[in-house]
Design a protein around this ligand. Sequence first.
Ligand code: NAD
Length: 385
Amino acid sequence: MIIGVPKETFPDERRVALVPTLVPALVKKGFEIWVEAGAGTEAGFPDESYQEKGAHVVSQRVELFGKADVILQVRGLGANPKQGHQDLKMMKPDQVIIGFLEPLGEPQAIRKLAAQEVIAFALELLPRITRAQSMDVLSSMATIAGYKAVLLAAETLPKMFPMMITAAGTISPARLYVVGAGVAGLQAIATARKLGAVVSAYDIRPAVKEEVESLGAKFVELALEDKDVATSGGYAKSMDESFYRRQRELMAKVVAESDVVITTAAVPGKKAPILITGEMVKKMSPGSVIVDLAAERGGNCELSRPGEIAVEGGVTILAPINITSTIPYHASQMYAKNISNFLQHITADGKLKLDEEDEIMRETRVTQNGEILHPQVRELAERTS
Ligand code: NAD
């Protein structure tokens, strides 16, 4: 089985789907690894480092797509809406495509993949079950995003994070508030605590209170009545506008008192809820910083401009997109480990091993035999066509 690793083509994408250290184990399992020249360069993995580990480096992308049985990508078509189209014509029936494909946001891209008769696996749809943890690219990338969000905030804030008692007086610690304590939020808490900030956090799912506290942060209790806030999969549910209004009212005080607010609140497949309004930003002290990690889903802050920096009343609002690509070495290392575990899960003896009973394969396989298999994606594709 030939595994092809093309160079990423999304603008400013610096990650690569496979790193050299994982090549020998895959070769031992009988895979041949083909890497497009320059694929790992931006992440710190030059072509020679792949060759030394037993991979072939090919200069022509068309050759890679022509020969590979399986393509490993970070951003496949849906997650790379413009440039991704150029790969479509190179794909061949029954070729396996694995990567982020943004199936819920870009269902028409999935339709195009179906038309090419490829077998596409969207890693965003991986079930959050224990068995799938070693393949969980969303968690890996969220970990990096949470870490980097704190670094961006520390760099932007005109204050230091730790408390310091010096001959020049006492410096009080920065107060940081994390909204949404999922994977990214918990990593942001841990990173900010290591830098010495005083951290508080809130999540709509009360179950995370213990995790927040175990990291040395205070869990902010908001008197929100609704108990039915999470799906059976552990994700937050989409709530109605009156719930979010009440949440904003209750959070206004803690936001106003914070030097840094990091928001990560997301609802899978939906636009991120607005939790910080322009009015709330106005009440923050000049110099304060908001890092909106939900920017790619529209943002949790009303004033966020995805991919840009906004300054309102002295408050800086950062809304980074593709933040994980700014730490390409470790982002690629983690992504590659996850995707290679996934590859080994769906193959046996050099062949694709499709098991309809297996939740991991069933949930992630979006197209095969010219059809969109995933019911939710199919319905979205029909509704938006
Ligand atoms: P996510 O990126 O979808 O959302 C981030 C966080 O925002 C979540 O914690 C969510 O509850 C929170 N949120 C949503 N709306 C909010 C609101 N109005 N106010 C405040 N917070 C709000 O989530 P995620 O980080 O991907 O994690 C989702 C779930 O998956 C969690 O239960 C996590 O523990 C679980 N998980 C399980 C596994 C596994 O078992 N393999 C792996 C990773 C995550």
